[in-house]
Structures are given as C-alpha cells and as structure tokens.
Design a protein around this ligand. Sequence first.
Ligand code: ZN
Length: 223
Amino acid sequence: MVKIRWLGHAAFIIKIKGKTIVVDPWISGNPACPIKSNELEKVDHVVVTHDHGDHLGDGIEIAKRDKAKFIAIYELALKAKDEGVENTFGANIGGWFEVDEIKYLLTPALHSSMIGEPVGVIISDGEKSIYHAGDTGIFEEMELLGKMYRIDVALLPIGGVYTMGPYEAAIATFMLMPRVVIPMHYNTFPAIKQDPNLFKKYVNKIAPKIEVKILKPGEEVEL
Ligand code: ZN
C-alpha cells in the first residue's frame, strides 16, 4: 500500500514499501504546513527537487536528524554532504536507480535553480509509481513520461507565477495520463493564490477519466 500525505506547498510524505520518504520538506516557515519540524515523523529518505528555499526547506536538518538518505541532483547532494549529511545519493536526469529497494527516476523540470538542474522525480515500488513534478512549466516530454512510465499519481504545481497554472497543469495531466492527479504549489502565499476547482474543471473537460483529488494540507490518500 502507498500513502501520500500533503504537508502544504510542494511537501509530501510518501509511505511506500515500508519506507517513509519526505519530498521537498519545507516545514519551518511554510505557512501552509500543518506541523512543526519537530513533529515530523522519522523519515528514511529526503528527496529534494531543487535548491530553492521553499523546496530544500528543512531537508538538510531532517536528513542529519534521522540519518536519512538525502536524494537529489548530483550537485545538490554534494552541497548536503558538505553541510554534514552522512548519507547522500546524487543522481541525474535519466534512468532508474534504487535506494533501499525504492526505485527513483529524475525527470527534467522547466524551472531555475542555483545549484545543479531542477528536476522532478518518479518514485516506484515496482508496481505503483508517483510523479512529483517539482517546480515546472509545461514541457512536451511530459507526454513521453506518461507513455514510458505508468504513472498512478501525479503531483503537479498549479500556482502559476513560478510554475504551471491551472490551465497548463490540466494539459500536463492530459499528457501524463495518470490515474489520479493531486494539485500542489498553490495558496501557500498570495502570489500563488489559485482555485483548485478551476484546475479540476479543466481536467474534467480535457481528460475526464482522470481523478482529481484536491487535498487539504495535512490530508492523506491511500493507493
Ligand atoms: Zn523553485
């Protein structure tokens, strides 16, 4: 069973194959996050899509606290190592790699970053797969990702300004063809205020078979 809990913005806790993974753990200072950093359960892996503060967040501290593996693009993993994280796994955009029997694949993301390239990530237990897009604009290869990897759940930013807005994310959903799509990266602060129901309305029109799950921060879904 796979469990996905939204912590607001782009932060998610994913429980898969007995492991607890936190992606983009912006907890301290995240106005949408329902927990404090010391309330975060023990995690096995910390996955960071890029080094902007609202994604790297508490990642380095959490990895140190829990002796968790810090998984990111190569250069960002090096930075984590320099800052004292014991276990890092630096990878790059390309094929599958395995960390403690969890399969990961880094995807492109159309965005910016200070260290290394920004990425998205596909996480799989070999049966179910979750695509966290990171921060990204829409890009054509999403269609290829959808064809190559059977994506069960796509976590897509819809806030606009820094990422796709509701319309672009709905088209991205159509290209990725996941079973379920969960919008993220909106309503954290005024600049990215969005109505997730508008996203849902677009998806229902463009790709009516895909289920749109709108979560509240703190809410969890099971696959
Ligand atoms: Zn960013």
